[in-house]
Design a protein around this ligand. Structure first.
Ligand code: ADP
Length: 448
């Protein structure tokens, strides 16, 4: 073995030597720091190997050595001066080999060699050259006992081993009891957890029921609101129309002449009534859309015609020379949709763009994107702050401080437009940057 320094040598000739080798093995084991159990294992292995070698006749040289480098270990080499028996010996030693970490049997130069090694425990003293010398000196003074002494020692070891086995059995019983206890604890915990889970589940189910109930109430409230709005707007329309008519009558040339102040006041009344009528009309439209009373009438819509109409009706509104009003040729010729509702949405978006764009351009375009036709209304107007880009779709919401360049608004245009697009099976969204402009996109499925 490489790196193994011999500690002591001895010879095996007769049976008595087997006891001596056994004793020596235990002593060497003790001196290099093997634990008591390992000393006995090594000694037992040695006495078994020794017994077989002595029975086979001839001399055996026994060399104890320590390998201090790498994994510190105690090694023993038994060289038997007879050849060719390695295989049979190896078979006989198969059980014995389990007592040490490794055992090899082979044919060497002079005869059969048995080599065995046992690792030293991590807490064994370091085998420095000085320590090795000390061990050698001590071993030189080692006086082998008689076979009787060895028998006594073996008996003691047997008793100690039996004690240890009993202690281990007791330990095992204790561990088993502890394990059982722990298992009981785990089961109790498991039951407690399942109870808690069940409780929580019941709570969640109750919560869901409540949620369902609330959403039913919410739907009912929303329907009531739509009904109320529709009724009120409907009822308001007649008196407001009457006020406008009366105002017209009062300021008519055929009527009695009014003073300048009276004429101004009648004009104010007519203006206010007209605003009110447009609000009432918007409200009525929205209420109808919300109440689900708007049924689209589907047809093959000629987009070119729709765009042409929008161009014609809205250009007169886009009177500012600093703003380019462009209605592009649609890249898609036809679409299955409701022509009136679609035109209403696009008109609404274009009117907004005109209201909020002082310079630059307003552009309407249509293109196919995947399974949808996308209409875009892009302007270079005031833009909308990111945090308000969803709020502008709420009823009556207007961006604070946003001043329409022309006309007044009610804050109902966008919510209405989004409703209509929803009815047409599509979606309306906006991207915008304050100071740069906004782009509203209406995306409608090619086949709704
Ligand atoms: P209205 O235009 O009648 O006020 P809308 O619902 O159409 O109501 O629009 C809500 C608000 O969204 C507007 O008051 C305005 O503040 C903002 N807005 C809509 N369109 C644009 C746009 N193209 N550019 C800038 N702001 C816009």
């Amino acid at each position: 073995m490489t790196g193994a320094d011999p500690l002591v040598r001895t010879r095996l000739r007769v049976e008595q030597d087997v006891f001596a080798v056994r004793q020596l093995g235990r002593e060497v084991g003790r001196l290099v720091g093997l634990e008591a159990q390992d000393q006995i294992r090594l000694a037992t292995a040695l006495s078994e190997v020794g017994r077989l070698l002595v029975a086979a006749g001839r001399d055996t040289e026994v060399v104890f050595a320590a390998a201090p480098d790498g994994v510190p270990a105690l090694t023993v080499r038994l060289e038997h001066a007879a050849h060719g028996d390695a295989d049979r010996l190896a078979a006989q030693l198969a059980q014995v080999g389990r007592l040490v970490d490794s055992m090899e049997v082979r044919d060497g130069e002079i005869g059969t060699v048995v080599w065995m090694s046992r690792r030293l425990p991590p807490n064994a003293p370091v085998l420095s050259p000085d320590r090795m010398d000390d061990i050698r000196t001590e071993l030189a003074g080692h006086v082998p006992g008689t076979p009787f002494d060895e028998l006594a020692v073996q008996n003691q070891q047997l008793i100690a081993t039996l004690d240890e086995v009993r202690a281990q059995r007791d330990d095992l019983a204790r561990l088993n009891a502890e394990l059982e206890e722990t298992n009981r604890g785990v089961m109790a915990l498991y039951h407690q957890l399942s109870d808690e889970l069940e409780e929580t589940n019941r709570g969640v189910v109750a919560l869901y029921n409540e949620l369902d109930e609330k959403s039913v109430q919410l739907r009912a409230a929303s329907e009531a609101k739509s009904r109320f709005l529709a009724n009120v707007s409907h009822e308001l329309r007649a008196p407001v129309t009457a006020i406008i008519g009366l105002g017209r009558l009062l300021s008519d040339d055929a009527s009695d002449p009014l003073t300048t102040e009276q004429a101004r006041q009648v004009e104010l009344i007519r203006g206010s009534a007209a605003d009110l009528l447009s609000l009432v009309n918007d409200l009525l439209d929205l209420a109808k859309a919300e109440a689900g009373r708007l049924e689209p009438s589907w047809s093959d819509v000629d987009l070119k015609a729709v765009f042409g109409q929008l161009r014609g009706t809205l250009r007169p509104l886009a009177i500012r020379p600093e703003v380019d009003f462009v209605v592009e040729e649609p890249a898609v010729a036809r679409l299955r949709s409701d022509e009136v509702l679609l035109a209403q949405v696009l008109r609404n978006l274009l009117t907004n763009a005109i209201k909020f764009t002082a310079v630059g351009s307003i552009r309407l375009a249509a293109a196919q994107v995947g399974d949808a036709v996308e209409f875009t209304v892009a302007d270079t107007g005031t833009g909308i702050p990111p945090e308000l880009q969803e709020r502008i779709f709420e009823e009556f919401y207007q961006v604070p401080g946003s001043q329409a360049l022309s006309g007044k608004g009610t804050g109902l245009g966008l919510p209405y437009a989004r409703r209509l697009v929803g009815i047409l099976g599509g979606a309306l969204r906006v991207t915008s940057e304050p100071g740069q402009g906004s782009t509203f996109t209406v995306s409608l499925p090619v086949s709704p």
